[in-house]
Design a protein around this ligand. Structure first.
Ligand code: ADP
Ligand code: MG
Length: 242
């Protein structure tokens, strides 16, 4: 795995007159996992989308291994940064296998055989090789999310972004997906994980970032952030969620 460091510097994003990111700074060292927590509407999803250039920042920079990716070719960036969404975003009318094969063909330009071989390998890694011929609708939510993760990983990205990957899942399906994310974190992937799963953040994160009103207000190791929060806003947030 060739993971990179990720740096977000003074990132600003507005929607019309609404300034949603108001100067976000974040450094995610290579091979480490940062969990991002914070109230609804604080800008967590917008930050991930801006990292992946699904939103265009008004100001600021996103760097992989200290090289700016702002203005990079979107396909180029898609192969370097994998993203997993709350609602899976799988192609509903394609088989599980095709969900992995199509981007490998169109973005990485692999041959049919190479794409198929790689897709099956990554489906096998998440324990779902036998689901290859089925439509996503034949799978549980947890299995669908594991397919979405396999699809992102099959691109062999340098960084993985997760936006509330378990929020849409029935409680009994959450554990399998978090287990997969825990393995991935331990394997040395550089990860940014927006999550409401405080237990996961506490046990897996190397660093926890608290966002509020479009900024990272506090950042530190999980023991500090959960055990000795300094900002009153973080203390209030933790009182509500813990
Ligand atoms: P979070 O993920 O922390 O809940 P978001 O990044 O989704 O927060 O949203 C932050 C703010 O930006 C919210 O006020 C939301 O309504 C607003 N917002 C997000 N996306 C858009 C958009 N495409 N157009 C207008 N406003 C948006
Ligand atoms: Mg969100």
């Amino acid at each position: 795995m060739t993971s990179s460091s990720l740096r977000v510097a003074d990132l600003h994003v507005s929607f019309g007159t609404l300034e949603v990111l108001r100067g976000v700074d974040l450094l995610v060292p290579r091979g480490s996992t940062t969990c991002v927590i914070g109230p609804s509407g604080s800008g967590k999803s917008t930050m991930l989308r801006a990292i992946n250039q699904l939103e265009r920042p008004a100001r600021g920079d996103v760097l992989l291994d200290d090289v700016s990716v702002i203005g990079a070719n979107p396909d180029q960036l898609r192969r370097r940064i994998g993203m997993v969404f709350q609602h899976f975003n799988l192609f509903a009318h394609r088989s599980v296998l095709d969900n992995l094969v199509l981007p490998l063909r169109s973005v990485l330009r692999l041959s049919k055989e190479e794409a198929r071989e790689r897709a099956l390998r990554y489906l096998g890694d998440v324990g779902l090789a036998e689901k290859a011929p089925y439509r996503p609708s034949a799978l549980s939510g947890g299995q669908r999310q594991r397919v979405a993760i396999a699809r992102a990983l099959a691109m062999e990205p340098e960084v993985m972004l997760f936006d509330e990957a378990t929020s849409a899942l029935d409680p009994e399906l959450v554990k399998g997906v978090l287990g997969l994310m825990t393995e991935l974190s331990a394997s040395g992937m550089t990860m940014v994980v927006v999550t409401h799963e405080m237990g996961f953040a506490r046990s897996v994160a190397d660093q926890v970032a608290f966002m509020d009103h479009g900024r990272v207000v506090e950042v530190g190791g999980p023991a500090e952030v959960f055990g000795a929060p300094t900002s009153p806003r973080l203390r209030r947030f933790l009182d509500q969620v813990l």
